[in-house]
Design a protein around this ligand. Structure first.
Ligand code: NOJ
Ligand code: NOJ
Length: 463
């Protein structure tokens, strides 16, 4: 039914869809809830549904299914990337809870995930290494044709495991922490020796070098160097630090000064050919997933901010749903996208995880400026501020000026607008799919996408 309505809205065209709001009425009750009431309500649902997808009945312990959907599309697999991002959220849950029952519950989930991952690492795969993108839910290798390798996977997994290992260190659990070192090193050694290889991007479509992949690889080596330093493995620490330096240089090449944004892929050698803009929200996801407190391609990098603005403008005009409802824009993967959640001959839609990612970006930027105590306005990010209603001269805004707090407040409001967009298209039961139909706004593609929930919860935590 929903699918039909989506296509119907499409048939009658954008102009009409704008006028006939009822086509789009997902749930009026949810829609009328103020954000402050919706967020805690959605938080409960998201957490519950996310947890349901970890070690679900029918899967091995520690498997994180991308979605319970087993047909149209079949997402009943353990994707290394999705799982690492979801488990990074779980590690934070473990760290933050004071309740001993909760703590041991999360601890079990994490160790199951680690055991499952270790099996993945030691299994012979078609791609021949830890860049294998997905596994069957019983832990056996997936042999079908696929875009492989995807070398962001091992980097993201290493980041999650380092985050956990550091937590164990801080709790004085040295024996458990030691069990992790070889698993972490397995992934990091691969990153160190293979970052130059062309691989498939996180959307599993283009073979080449990708900003997203290289940035999370860079961060895994930086974190790896610091962790190995902490545990006294100085030779590993030194080699990861040296590797990170090389990646640092490589990543600078993605800035396209004539188009004014960071490109998603360089040196394409295979895969889809129609992504002409090279403009992709994965650049911003990379900045979020390679989270750090240093300045390297962080949320306050003017090149990142310029890219955020370009993406926002592009997706605003591209999707009919963005012409109605809240100011916040539904964000897609990239403008030329043809993957509708079922087939690659369709047309792209806004994605829940990308829109939540934009909310997170603005909250994170607010936090970043707050801790820095100053905002730097340059030629590159001036339009980014202009679009939010600020006309700034080049230079610094310091926390002693009243303007500083105004900007911070505005950033929070911006983030909230993206959450408003997600709320606007939410189901009454809080179910979140992969996408939101670009014509009707209905949830579309894999239902209960684990990563959609994780992106919501991570952004909310940042808020
Ligand atoms: C499935 C992939 O997961 C998705 O990212 C891609 O767009 C489609 N296949 C089409 O290639
Ligand atoms: C398709 C997405 O493009 C990819 O990034 C993701 O890993 C899989 N779906 C599974 O959720």
């Amino acid at each position: 039914m929903k699918f039909f309505l989506g296509n119907f809205a499409k048939l009658i065209g954008l102009g009409f869809a704008v006028l006939t709001i009822p086509i789009q009425a997902n749930d009026n009750l949810v829609r009328s809830l103020p954000l402050e009431q919706w967020l805690p309500r959605q938080e409960k649902v998201a957490l519950k549904n996310l947890l349901r997808n970890i070690s679900p009945p029918g899967a091995a312990k520690g498997a994180v299914v991308a979605s319970p959907s087993q047909i149209n599309p079949n997402y009943w697999y353990h994707w290394v990337r999705d799982a690492a991002l979801v488990m990074s959220f779980i590690v934070e849950q473990y760290r933050n809870t004071g309740d001993p029952n909760q703590k041991s519950y999360y601890l079990d989930l994490i160790w199951d995930y680690i055991d499952f991952s270790r099996t993945n690492q030691l299994t012979a795969t078609p791609s021949g290494g830890p860049g294998e993108p997905k596994f069957n839910v019983d832990g056996t290798v997936f042999m079908g044709p696929w875009g492989r390798p995807q070398n962001d996977g091992p980097a993201l997994r290493a980041l999650t495991l380092i985050q956990f290992a550091k937590t164990l260190l801080s709790e004085g659990k040295y024996e458990e922490q030691r069990r992790l070192s070889s698993i972490i090193k397995f992934d990091l050694e691969y990153v160190l020796h293979h970052w130059k290889d062309a691989c498939f991007d996180l959307w599993e479509e283009i073979k080449g070098h990708h900003f997203y992949t290289l940035l999370v690889q860079y961060r895994s080596l930086v974190e790896g160097a610091s962790y190995m330093g902490l545990v006294g493995d100085n030779s590993a620490s030194d080699s990861y630090a040296a590797g990170a330096k090389n990646l640092e240089t490589e990543l600078q090449r993605f800035w396209d000064s004539s188009r004014g944004y960071l490109q998603s892929t360089l040196n394409r050698v295979g895969g889809i050919e129609y992504k002409n803009s090279n403009l992709d929200s994965s650049v911003i996801l990379g900045v979020l997933h390679a989270a750090s407190s240093d300045d390297f391609f962080g949320v306050d990098d003017p090149r990142v901010q310029a890219t955020v603005l370009k993406l926002k403008e592009k997706f605003k005009s591209l999707y009919a749903t963005n012409q109605m409802g809240p100011r916040g824009v539904g964000i897609g993967r990239y403008p030329e996208d043809k993957y509708d959640g079922y087939s690659s001959e369709g047309e792209g839609n806004p994605w829940v995880l990308a829109t939540n990612g934009f909310a997170e970006f603005f909250y994170k930027l607010r936090n970043r400026y707050r801790s820095k105590g100053e905002i730097t306005v340059s030629q590159l990010n001036r339009s980014f501020f202009k679009e939010m209603g600020f006309t700034f001269p080049l230079g610094k805004i310091r926390k002693t000026e009243p303007l500083f707090e105004q900007v911070l407040k505005k950033l929070q409001e911006e983030g909230d607008q993206y959450f408003e967009r997600v709320k606007f298209h939410a189901d009454s039961d809080g179910q979140m799919s992969e996408q939101m139909n670009r014509w009707s706004g209905y949830q579309q593609g894999a239902r209960d996408l684990t990563w959609s929930y994780a992106s919501f919860l991570t952004a909310l935590r940042m808020r």
